[in-house]
Design a protein around this ligand. Structure first.
Ligand SMILES: Nc1ncnc2c1ncn2[C@@H]1O[C@H](COP(=O)(O)OP(=O)(O)OP(=O)(O)O)[C@@H](O)[C@H]1O
Length: 255
């Protein structure tokens, strides 16, 4: 069995009197698609915010390939190859689609600053490579025809795909998707499922997913963690989760 890419142990996050994340533990294996589900307010996004450095956890451990990252800032976490999307799409809406993908590669620049100032051959090569990468990801996402469109003018489903492209162009180890199917129509949801599969198989990325759309979760995930009121209540394969009594009760309520 391969060592986990991500390990979360005993994670707690307290907001005043509310224990929003209450001793959550799970691990994600390389190239796995792992989903966190649960009713509204269960603490799923708070777990995401702790892993991605937006919150400093109250206690617990988070490790990426054995390296402790709990307490890192969001920039430090991103530099470790952990990238995420948000429930509400966050793009540079006044920039073009291409510019959004160029900005995302900013930190990967191989050429030093002065090379840019003097427009050296090395700098031009590096810029050309970034454009090639951007075009590659626009092809994967089916967005090439919108390359010069302002990101804010794209259809909502296309904005969501551009956000995923912006993550993938940084060659992440862990891609975290927060409700990627929200606001998508049935065909777009099907396409999203195929895309997540493709990203894992073809690009070897590991995916951590929060999602309310059960069709997508059950279709794409290898394992699922269920949370309720901050606590983990079940973990297992889609089939096991579908038939778990605590999970059914959490979703349907007591009869
Ligand atoms: N910054 C914060 N300050 C205070 N309380 C917070 C904060 N962030 C989240 N909470 C609370 O923590 C609990 C868990 O919220 P969280 O957003 O993690 O749930 P969720 O499972 O992602 O819900 P949803 O599916 O609706 O997005 C909620 O009661 C929420 O109000």
């Amino acid at each position: 069995m391969s060592a986990p890419l991500l390990e979360v142990k005993d994670l707690c996050m307290r907001f005043g009197g509310l224990l929003a994340v209450d001793h959550v533990a799970f691990d994600v294996k390389p190239q796995e698609v792992f989903a966190i589900i649960g009713p509204n307010g269960a603490g799923k996004t708070t777990v995401f915010n702790c892993i991605s450095g937006f919150y400093q956890p109250s206690s617990g451990q988070i490790a990426l390939q054995g390296q402790a990252i709990a307490g890192y800032t969001s920039h430090q976490v991103a530099r470790q190859g952990v990238v995420r999307t948000f429930q509400n799409v966050r793009l540079f809406k006044g920039m073009t689609v291409l510019e959004n993908l160029l900005v995302a590669q900013h930190h990967q620049s191989q050429a030093p600053l002065l090379a840019g100032l003097f427009n050296t051959a090395r700098y031009r090569r590096s810029e050309a490579e970034k454009i090639d990468q951007a075009m590659h990801w626009l092809d994967v996402m089916g967005l090439r025809e919108f390359v010069n469109r302002e990101a804010g003018n794209l259809a909502y489903g296309h904005q969501r795909r551009l956000e995923i492209a912006r993550c993938m162009i940084t060659k992440p180890r862990l891609l975290m998707l927060d409700e990627p199917a929200a606001g998508l129509n049935p065909q777009e949801k099907k396409d999203l499922q195929a895309l997540i599969d493709q990203l894992r198989r073809q690009y070897g990325v590991t995916v951590l997913l929060i999602e309310h759309d059960m069709g997508l979760v059950m279709g794409v995930s290898e394992r699922i963690l269920v949370m309720e009121y901050g606590k983990p209540i079940a973990m297992g394969t889609p089939d096991a989760i579908r038939n778990d009594e605590r999970v059914i009760k959490a979703y349907l309520g007591e009869a």
